[in-house]
Design a protein around this ligand. Sequence first.
Ligand code: SUG
Length: 447
Amino acid sequence: MASKAIEANFDGLVGPTHNYAGLSWGNVASKSNVHAVSNPREAALQGLQKMKRLADRGYVQGILPPQERPHIPTLRRLGFSGSDADVLRAAARANPVILAAAASASCMWTANAATVSPSADTADHRVHFTPANLSAKFHRSIEHVETGRALRSIFADEAFFAHHPALPSVSQFGDEGAANHTRLCAGYGDPGVELFVYGQAAFDETAPAPVRYPARQTLEASQAIARLHGLSDRHAVFAQQNPNAIDAGVFHNDVIAVGNGNVLFYHQLAFLDEDRVLAEIRARLEGTELVPIRVAEADVPLEDAVASYLFNSQLLNLPDGGMMLAVPGECREIRSVSAYLDALVASGGPIRAVEVFDVKQSMRNGGGPACLRLRVALTHQELAAMHAGVLLTDQLYERLTIWVEGHYRHELSQDDLADPMLLDESRHALDELSGILGLGSIYDFQR
Ligand code: SUG
């Protein structure tokens, strides 16, 4: 019999340097808000409020800490030298985009932190983690070392958890983590089907590929993760994303599809070969029937799906059966999407409720509710074995709110990124945070 299990969501706490630098070509929101002034305090509070609302509804809610930014070791690696203040000044003078990349708070989007395979699917029956190399974007490619450190310290017990290093950091093995990985199952503790969605096959020059924007995830990367995690053919399906969708701004699959349990909610233009994808999932899914909810272009044009982030929603089990969709506020601002959501709930299908979350600060960089969370299905034994200090309680929420209010700025412009005071403030904040979360010295500056 399958052991009982839950799904925990680990949200990335937004870091003190949250800013709009326009670093992600192919991500429409990031480019259209380039150099807008951000509000890191509001961003972090919006994230915490989302976590608190979900925790209050009984969902297990965890936190992944922000990384040290600006990341001085990265700037030193690029030849900037002297004191930390000298390094910042020299980088700002030489190339402000490099400084912005080293200062990005992008690790907040933990759907890109790693790929996680639950123990019900893996050969050794441990939960497997591989941090994503995020090699498609320089500012994100520097995340995986600290991500791996944080995951190892939270899920430390080797009897239950297995950790792999990120894949080689080259475009042929570009890996964007859970944003391109969806698990379908009867119950979280039952054997599931892990759907790996890739943008391009790297070693086949004749294969279909987007022409305007980059494909960030390759087939070869997805296959490597499945091998590392010990997933047999029964547990893994590989599907190519529709290249036209990538060219329309769908830079990760979680901008056009989301799955939970036996439900796959997706846009008709999500996959290159929709029929094959559904057939392969159906052939592998045990103990339940796949319920596809296909959104037609006629109801929600792709452009509206990208602008609203309809599919970047969290699809969550309700306690009495059925599911709720946690959508970003933008879904209610776009007529086709709002009307679709009303019709969806009225249709009598598995999605019975829609709840709106305000994560605007993150949305302006192309990160909706689903980007902000990493899902980890855990048995009760595994949950008991992990580090509980990162699980959100009322007390931790209060403490973190006070912490944000005490350390974060209201405004941050691109010029501020070179301010040595910002580095100082950020290190002080993170030093205190690692104590609050009981994580030990996970940051370079603490070592
Ligand atoms: O990688 N934006 C992120 C958004 C990630 C969204 N995640 C998921 N879909 N799961 C990215 O493109 C923008 C940073 C800037 O431009 O300042 C950025 O990195």
